[in-house]
Design a protein around this ligand. Structure first.
Ligand SMILES: *[C@@H]1O[C@H](CO)[C@@H](O)[C@H](O)[C@H]1NC(C)=O
Ligand SMILES: *[C@@H]1O[C@H](CO)[C@@H](O)[C@H](O)[C@H]1NC(C)=O
Length: 225
């Protein structure tokens, strides 16, 4: 017979308190909190840390906190008909240690798509500023949650879950997206699987997708590999 461990009542209460106060907040937290007012990333520093070292304070200028990389429409002439303009810490060093970043995504008229992808280090909220987009994410139990959004409307993609957006309006579309990480990272499924160096062996993709080598090389060449 298996022995069951029963905790005395005070120990049980302490265990629950520990879970609620210590474990849950750290599981929900995104990037670590800053320990100083500002820490503009020195992208050229030779030492390697989790994040980036700070630029010397006497070299910091107002422009370190300014970024106009999302002000222009992206060029959507590509296989997907969409363009992601990135505003993470690498593009905008002033974000270093602050735990936030933004992207802009433009969609060509017709069927511009931001293909299925995920961000390993951040949840994402987006607000559509122009056009009409079908957006959705898929859970680890294969449930799709999706919605058609128009200008001013928002959606959220939980951290690490696969999601996509498709232009379903008449003209162009774009949105701005906010992340709770200075460096959300991105895993784009089609290119991650079919455009790597070196290539994933055909046997792996053949078996995974139940397709033959010809289809694999077709996909690779269409994705520019
Ligand atoms: C990094 O180096 C490049 C080229 O040497 C320079 O233009 C740039 O200003 C440097 N960036 C920082 C943050 O020091
Ligand atoms: C957009 O990108 C395409 C393909 O790279 C290029 O041919 C075209 O000149 C670009 N358009 C603009 C306005 O930069």
């Amino acid at each position: 017979m298996a022995t069951m461990i029963t905790l005395p009542r005070p120990a049980l209460i302490l265990t629950i308190l520990f879970l609620v106060i210590v474990i849950l907040p750290s599981a929900c937290r995104a990037d670590p909190d800053p320990l100083q007012d500002l820490c503009v990333a020195d992208l050229n520093a030779s030492i390697s840390v989790n994040g980036f070292p700070c630029k010397p304070l006497h070299e910091v200028k107002s422009n370190d906190f300014f970024y106009d990389g999302l002000s222009k429409e992206g060029n959507t002439t590509n296989v997907f008909g969409s363009k992601v303009s990135i505003g993470d810490v690498l593009a905008f060093p002033g974000l270093n240690t602050l735990g936030v970043s933004w992207n802009r995504v433009d969609f060509a008229a017709g069927t511009g798509v931001n293909p299925p992808h995920l961000h390993p280090r951040a949840s994402e909220t987006l607000v559509v500023l122009k056009g009409k987009l079908l957006v959705g994410f898929i859970t680890t139990t294969h449930v799709l949650y999706s919605k058609v959004l128009k200008a001013g409307e928002m959606f959220v993609f939980p951290r690490g879950l696969v999601h996509f957006q498709l232009n379903v309006g008449k003209g162009k579309a774009f949105f701005l997206a906010a992340f709770n990480s200075q460096n959300p990272g991105v895993v784009i499924l089609p290119t991650t699987l079919f455009v790597t160096t070196p290539s994933i062996p055909n046997e792996v993709l053949s078996k995974a997708f139940q397709i033959d080598a010809k289809v694999i090389s077709d996909i690779r060449s269409k994705l520019g590999s």
